[in-house]
Each structure stands twice: as C-alpha cells, then as structure tokens.
Write a protein that binds this ligand. Sequence first.
Ligand code: 5GP
Length: 115
Amino acid sequence: MPTLFEKIIAGQLPATVVFRDARVTAFLDIKPAAPVHILIVPNKAIATVNDIADEDEALIGHMVLVARDLAAQHQIAADGYRLIINCNAHGGQEVYHLHMHLLGGRPLGPMVTRI
Ligand code: 5GP
C-alpha cells in the first residue's frame, strides 16, 4: 500500500508543494504545529530512519540543505528553527515514509518534556 506521502509525491493527493526536485518533495504540513511547518520528504520510499541505507547518505544531506534553503525563503533562518525526524512508535512517527519537519516562526519551547 502506498503511503499518503507517496501519493502526494505522485500528485495523486493534493498538497501545497513548496519545493520539488528529482530527489525530494517539500510541502506544508496539513496540521501545522508552528507558523512555518514544512515536511521535506525523499521521493524514494524509505519507511523510517532505521531503513536509511549507506547509499542514501547524500540524499539525507540534501534534505538538510533543502531545509536550510526553505528556512531562508520563509524568513525564519535568523531567528531559528527546528528540524525533526520522528522514528517508529516512541519517536511518534505517524506516516511511514521518511520525512523531516521544518518548524519555525515562533519560539518552539523545550525539545521534549523532561520527566
Ligand atoms: P510524523 O508524526 O509521522 O513525524 O509526522 C507526520 C506529519 O504528517 C504530521 O505532522 C501530520 O500533520 C502530517 N500529515 C498527515 N497526513 C497528511 C496529509 O495528508 N497531508 C499533509 N500535507 N500532511 C499530512
């Protein structure tokens, strides 16, 4: 079964795409947690961080560079932002197609709640 994000990449599901190239697609999160909330997704289906292959090293680096450029374009680079990749149940991953969240536009608070 293709994931939601594979369908968005294929143009079968609507999304507000803010960047696309041969390797990644970036689109607005449907339920934003911050004024800027963009998902940066590899076009290749990789389920989780655990499934990243050594040969994907450049692709993962590319995702970070795309995040850097989108942060600049959305005027959040100077104030700062957060990049998050959730993995599996304890990481809170909901969609099993690797994605990096780019969050910014307000102070984001502590990274996790301390116990
Ligand atoms: P995760 O919890 O897997 O790291 O993040 C999944 C993200 O995908 C969530 O922030 C959620 O709001 C977003 N999301 C889920 N379904 C859709 C959708 O159909 N379209 C878009 N644009 N975002 C989605």
